[in-house]
Design a protein around this ligand. Sequence first.
Ligand SMILES: NC(=O)c1ccc[n+]([C@@H]2O[C@H](COP(=O)([O-])OP(=O)(O)OC[C@H]3O[C@@H](n4cnc5c(N)ncnc54)[C@H](O)[C@@H]3O)[C@@H](O)[C@H]2O)c1
Length: 287
Amino acid sequence: MTTNASAPAVVGVIGGGRMGAGIAQSYATAGSVVTVVESGAAAAAAALDRVADGLKRAAERDRLTASPDEILARVSTVESVDALPSEADLVVEAVPEDSALKAGVVAAAEQAVNATTVLASNTSSLSVTELAAVLTRPGRFLGMHFFNPVPVSDLVEIVLAPATDAATVEAALRWTRCLGKKDVVVHDSPGFASSRLGLALGLEAIRMVEDGVAEPEAIDDAMRLGYKHPMGPLRLTDLVGLDVRLAIAEHLHATLGERFAPPRLLREKVAQGELGRKTGQGFYAWR
Ligand SMILES: NC(=O)c1ccc[n+]([C@@H]2O[C@H](COP(=O)([O-])OP(=O)(O)OC[C@H]3O[C@@H](n4cnc5c(N)ncnc54)[C@H](O)[C@@H]3O)[C@@H](O)[C@H]2O)c1
């Protein structure tokens, strides 16, 4: 990717984990100067390592037009939201999926930046409307739902709260496209479009395993070969993490009703620590 004149000049990312590091890497590659907020020196160093590793992989795949070191020089870390650059054009929070934690960091970020800064949440399922309610300038806030792994994924789901203003939407679309990504715009609703539909398929596939309809491979192949999905819903569940899918299912069950009730088999596997690829066992065994 080449640097892009329509990229935001200055970006803040709160939380430099899997998603935050990917977001930081993507904007730094597009030419933005990026500040990553992490909670403590060790976490900040780990976040920078994740960005460096991501850039190394991108260079190996010939996806960079500048050296990884040159891009990495645009990324720095701080240990408090208060230390975000006030002139940031865009601040994206990517802290863990916990509404109180997210509300705290977006409220603190709003205090640290200018009135024109766009604030975005990378939440996969929480209410953007509820997060906006803690802000004094809710018009400048929206969801920018990036996908994993951020540097190579094609989509950002733009999630509008009722108060999000038109200039904020326009900026978010520009700052999605400057990364070479496509956008879908949705109104705030539990699970948005992607998590709600993706989870519906995933939960039904788990119920089918539970009912003995077929083995996981057969269910996945039915979707992969029959419907041209790049990956079956059970393999995808293993990659996302069964614990992550259970948490989203519980949220959608509470907000949208019985059709999102987590299947017994999903609860059992999570209780047994079979969380998917990250633990070596989910619906598949991973080396
Ligand atoms: N992992 C995915 O596939 C995926 C996909 C789309 C969206 N998301 C969403 O992205 C967000 C982050 O997910 P992740 O997978 O990157 O999680 P993660 O656990 O890998 O990263 C979260 C990071 O936030 C840091 N953090 C925690 N509290 C903090 C604070 N107060 N200030 C600064 N940093 C803090 C942690 O140290 C950690 O590095 C979640 O909302 C998740 O739902 C995840």
